[in-house]
Ligand binder design. Structure first.
Ligand code: PLP
Length: 373
């Protein structure tokens, strides 16, 4: 069988959640972001490992349904983009999902059709655009929106999203924090119990003073770097995913022979090439420069070897001249080493994207880090 495998490490997810919690006051809650199928890790694998989270954040209704179905113990599930129609608002009430309200249409649906006082969805995550210019009410409308919801009996969590939290020194961070605090103070004059949520993973690590009532942590749970200044391991985060494949053919090449599509790479010396059973059809990036893989050699040691030539749909080629590796050897595309953030940098992207764009073709399994290298 073609052995191309995504291994999820529940122990790493649990550990990373604890690393995040250690950064917070005990009163601050963690909304574990599990949108996009838990950043590609799979809801079924991720949820049990994140049972210490206070709630789960998803993008939309279909994801909320999947999370609710997979949850063993009922926990708040929050639609971070809110609903897309009146009918969906009705469904959110029925299922009791929490919702973001970020524009007037959603506000009106909420005002026209109100859940019971005790319902979770009686608390609205009211989104304020403090500088990201993506979702949210602006400076001129946020207070009125809060007033309307509060007057109708809704509880509020004022929320906003950082544009540059990964870069601690970026001047937009202070602008966003100031705006957020100003609006929060104003809203609390008429709705004193209003809670607040500003930080994503990067905010958790970079902005200690604005964790408020809820943080919304995604990437740090999965062990990829949330901040520009630190590697994930420096923050104590462990990769929650290993992507592996195997050597499916080995060729001895003589100087001058080329490898792969467009004959992009030519052997400058006699060399040995391994064909590895993974490609962009599995989600490995095609556009990559100077990337390497980890290979378990004959002596069970992890060796690093460069990818040569173009990544194809099902396969990629690696120069194994300097190691002793055999047919069938395990190849690590990312995991503990190489780390997903190294590969992302070589592909001109970020760990988030590599996790999310894995396809359904690889086999999936769940194992602790130690069980799997
Ligand atoms: C995805 C998302 C997050 C989590 O961001 P990370 O950088 O992965 O921690 C937080 N807030 C909102 C609104 C999001 O959409």
């Amino acid at each position: 069988m073609r052995s191309t495998t995504i291994t999820i490490h529940p122990d790493a997810l649990t550990h990373n959640l604890q690393v995040i919690k250690n950064k917070l006051q005990p009163t601050t809650k963690v909304l574990a972001m599990v949108k996009a199928n838990a950043y590609g890790h799979g809801i079924e694998a991720a949820l049990p490992a994140l049972s210490a989270a206070d709630g789960f954040g998803v993008a939309c209704m279909s994801e909320a349904m999947a999370v609710a179905n997979a949850l063993m113990v009922a926990k708040p599930v929050i639609l971070i983009e809110g609903v897309f129609s009146q009918a969906e608002w009705q469904l959110a009430i029925e299922k009791d999902f929490g919702c973001v309200v970020h524009h007037n249409q959603q506000l009106n649906w909420a005002l026209q059709n109100q859940p019971q006082a005790t319902a979770l969805c009686r608390t609205i995550w009211l989104k304020y655009n403090t500088g990201m210019s993506r979702l949210g009410f602006d400076d001129t409308t946020i207070i009125d929106a809060a007033k309307a919801l509060s007057d109708a009996g809704y509880r509020l969590i004022l929320t906003s999203h950082f544009a540059c939290a990964d870069d601690k020194t970026h001047p937009l961070n202070a602008v966003q924090i100031d705006k957020f605090n100003a609006a929060l103070a104003q809203i609390r004059k008429f709705a004193p119990n209003t809670q607040a949520s500003l930080c994503n993973s990067a905010g958790v690590f970079n902005f200690d003073t604005v964790h408020y009532d809820w943080v919304r942590a995604g990437i740090a749970l999965y062990g990829s770097k949330p901040t520009a200044q630190h590697q994930a391991s420096e923050l104590g985060l462990k990769p929650a995913m290993t992507v592996s494949a195997q050597i499916m053919a080995i060729h001895e090449l003589t100087k001058g022979q080329s490898v792969g599509y467009a004959a992009l790479w030519t052997a400058s010396n006699d060399c040995r090439i391994a064909v590895v059973s993974i490609g962009y059809g599995d989600g490995y990036p095609r556009v990559i420069a100077d990337a390497h893989v980890g290979i378990i050699d004959k002596n069970n040691q992890l060796q690093h070897c460069p990818i040569v030539g173009r990544v194809a749909m099902d396969m990629l080629m690696v120069d194994i001249s300097n190691i002793e590796a055999e047919l069938g050897a395990t190849v690590i595309l990312w995991g503990t080493s190489p780390h997903i953030d190294e590969i992302a940098a070589r592909a001109g992207t970020i760990g988030y994207e590599l996790m999310c764009r894995l396809t359904t073709r690889p086999t999936r399994q769940i194992k602790t880090i130690n069980e799997s290298l």
